[in-house]
Design a protein around this ligand. Structure first.
Ligand SMILES: Nc1ncnc2c1ncn2[C@@H]1O[C@H](COP(=O)(O)OP(=O)(O)OP(=O)(O)O)[C@@H](O)[C@H]1O
Length: 464
């Protein structure tokens, strides 16, 4: 919400309930020994009419999970399958989370509150259903910076520390526990369709397609797209458009998600599930975030290809209700859409207006080459070159004739804020872990929000 805007009214709904019999299981939240409020996102809460809750009420709803009035009567753990590192896994589903509430935002779009670390479900397998506090803090940092950088991301709504000791192979253990609530437009994944396709539930695929089209509305396919009136084809086009933009937005943010499995692909196009993510210390296509990604499958430069592959899996799942050629025609749009979104977002981050496709593409290529050569962190590069300043050497020509287009802000005349690279993330966590000092995290979030203000909103993609 921008300054001066009125807080939205709370407008509960529960359309998911209609699908719940075959898409989800009602579950009970864990009973935590402690509930210490660590983060409440009042900016996001104001958008859904929940900023007026007292801290006690907040904890009752977002750590004890007392139902919010008028929305889902019970938490729903969603069923899904997914390709994990390209291997099909039919045993997953919400193993440590659930959809807790649905509501309308001020713009009329559906929003959901979903959890992470809220207890076991039928899909927990042998795991504990919990989230580490460090995992929660990392998710907060990633979502705040991505939001500032114009990425369509889930938002971290609430973090409550829960007083348990957790054992993890990738954190010094025992480690502290938390329950996180996130706000996003939905939690229907490509893996949700894969599961229904695999189980040959064509009627349910149709129902889920209709739900997505009505709850997450988007544009119709281009005029010349084959099968453009069929619901599954329309959805396929929308998901391709959204994920092509998502891939572009991560590249321009210098962000490596780390685990681009099909169960982590939201059909709304929102970035979510922040595990081993990293921001780039330097421009390197081979930079890999997850220590367990030995082949570099989800390395920085392979993210667009991974999302394209995931869209292909959605097409396969939708084959049960649509012909292949129109689905493939939608899939083929991914590459050109991606390139267009990279150009648009790159110029936005530089604060420059477009000079046409060719010059814009040449500028992107020149900037990439300059970063590769110098080893400069992308955040620093974009800051130094905001509005086309500081161009030198081969960059001078590439920047020639581009005009400033972004808002002015005092930040652009200050030294660049430090990048949120791994050492910085670890330092912020260490203050909490060693001294229970939350001030460095709070200051970091304030600095990130100021960067978001300085950048302004990313422009919407144009029409077809
Ligand atoms: N500690 C845990 N307990 C139970 N299930 C877990 C745990 N950690 C991961 N899972 C499950 O393993 C699968 C893959 O985990 P992943 O980290 O991608 O998802 P997640 O972060 O738990 O949830 P989301 O994708 O909604 O962010 C999911 O089905 C998830 O629910």
């Amino acid at each position: 919400m921008n300054a001066g805007e009125q807080p939205a009214a709370y407008r509960p709904e529960h359309p998911l309930l209609e699908l719940a019999d075959w898409l989800a299981d009602p579950v009970a939240p864990a009973d935590f020994p402690k509930t210490i409020l660590r983060w409440r996102n009042d900016r996001a809460a104001a958008e859904v009419g929940l900023a007026g809750l007292s801290d006690d009420e907040w904890i009752a709803h977002f750590a004890r999970f007392d139902p919010l009035p008028g929305t889902l009567p019970a938490p729903l753990a969603l069923r899904y399958h997914g390709h994990q590192f390209r291997v099909y896994n039919p045993e997953i589903g919400d193993g440590r989370g659930f959809t807790f509430a649905q509501m309308r935002g001020a713009d009329g779009r559906l929003l959901e509150l979903g959890t992470k670390g809220s207890g076991t479900t039928p899909w927990s397998r042998t795991a504990d259903g919990r989230l580490t506090l460090k995992g929660a803090v990392r998710e907060l940092l990633a979502t705040e910076l991505l939001e500032a950088l114009g990425v369509n991301t889930s938002r971290t709504f609430s973090i409550v520390e829960t007083g348990e000791e957790l054992w993890r192979g990738d954190e010094p253990s025992p480690t502290r526990s938390a329950v996180l609530v996130r706000l996003s437009h939905g939690h229907i994944r490509i893996g949700s369709f894969q599961r229904l396709g695999k189980l040959e539930e064509a009627g349910h695929v149709r129902e889920l397609v209709d739900y997505c089209l009505s709850q997450f509305p988007g544009p119709l396919p281009p005029d010349d797209a084959p099968g453009r009136d069929e619901p599954a084809v329309i959805l396929m086009h929308q998901v391709v458009e959204r994920l092509a933009d998502l891939a572009a937005s991560w590249m321009v943010a210098g962000f490596v998600h780390g685990v681009l499995n099909t169960d982590n692909m939201n059909v709304t196009g929102e970035s979510f599930d922040y595990g081993p993510w990293r921001f780039l210390p330097e421009w390197d296509a081979g930079f890999t975030a997850a220590y367990f990604d030995h082949a570099g499958l989800y390395a920085f430069g392979r993210q667009p290809e991974a999302l394209y592959w995931n869209c292909g899996q959605l097409a396969i799942a939708l084959r049960i209700v649509a012909d292949a050629p129109p689905l493939l025609a939608a899939l083929e749009r991914f590459g050109p859409l991606y390139m267009g979104h990279v150009r648009r977002r790159w110029l936005w981050r530089l604060g420059l207006g477009s000079r046409g496709e060719e010059r814009d593409a040449a500028l992107v290529a020149a900037c990439e080459a300059a970063m590769r050569e110098s080893g400069e962190a992308p955040d620093l590069f974009f800051h130094r070159h905001r509005f086309g300043r500081a161009a030198e050497g081969p960059l001078t020509q590439a920047f020639e004739g581009f005009e400033p287009a972004g808002p002015s802000h005092p930040l652009w005349d200050e030294p660049a804020p430090p990048s949120l690279v791994i050492d910085r993330v670890e330092a912020l966590w260490s203050a909490i872990d060693k001294n229970d000092d939350w001030d460095p995290l709070t200051s970091e979030i304030a600095a990130i929000r100021r960067l978001g203000e300085a950048l302004g909103a990313a422009p919407e993609p144009g029409g077809h």
